[in-house]
Design a protein around this ligand. Sequence first.
Ligand code: FES
Length: 378
Amino acid sequence: MKHPIAHLFDGHDDVQAEIDARAADPADHLAETARLIEGRHPKRLALTVTEVIEETASTRTFRLRRPDGSDLPPFLAGQYVAVFTDGTNRPYAISSSPSRLDRYDLTVRRVPGGRVSNHLIDTVAVGDVLTTSGPMGTFHHNPLFHGEDVVFLAGGSGVVPAMSMIREIADDRLGRRFHLIYGSRNVDDVIFRDELDALAADHPDLRVDHVIGEPDPSWAGPTGLLTSGIISTLAGPLDGRMVYVCGPQALYPYALDQLTALGHPRRRIRFEANGAPARPEAQPHWPSDADPAEEVTVTFRGRSFRTPRSRPLLDALEDQGVRPEAACRSGECSLCRVRVRKGDVHNAQEAQLRLSDATSGHVHSCVAYPLTDLELDL
Ligand code: FES
């Protein structure tokens, strides 16, 4: 029977005909559907490193392609893939344009003590194969909710998702105003400087301002931190504009303070997820009597190990050779869920727990810290 308001929806009859045909066809469509989904949202990709580009002394871009040269699954500018290597994984934002699906460019900055970033920079070469997840993440532009006038505050390698957004605007001639305010410690640390400046010169809707924290005497541009004064001088009134923030963890509370001082509402600010908090004990709901350095016992599948309270459960499990599924490592994607059968954890503010997870005792292990002895279901 035809739905009474079917005439209001373009293409309704075609969709209904497809549904009717499938309902009448006894064939099992699950395999076909699974194949379609796997093509668009693959769990794993094996990609060949076809180029390694030295961006700065501490930053490399790894250009990844499919071994057969075919197009990669689509992504939205701002998304990341998780790279699996050395017994763990880390998310890296894609810096290339979503309009060029022959490659994913992953731009990686060396992190002091960083297990995966250093491994990639020191050992990965052209011809190597890297295992990644498909593209993931919610830190991307949504024209419906974010509008077409965007300010992006980036610090250090936080410029990587901005670069993908800018390249997309340039490639597709999108009618979107995009103002990047990019803070770096010194001029030599600026990633993509030449390309950013060239794109801004070529596209009237793109603007790029570099702010240098510790400039040498030859630097004539803005200096210091991304203060409210600098933001307001460079960007002008923020009214109604969406502000994206991506950079080191310390940038987030700082940028929020500066934007709040400018009267910018929290709902017009988007932060990229950025790893587990390095000092969970600094969060307001960490119990004051819980020494972060003290060890507790974690038990799972009949095994037990000791780990400090300050170590995220996911890292502690990986230390034991256990590899829960994981991608964002920032509390967002929920892939690393484990159930706490007994004991208390500190769920970091970053944990985006669904109500059903919270009520069933599940935590996002990448941002959950063991406060007491624990028993886990894995
Ligand atoms: S890995 Fe994404 S929520 Fe933990």
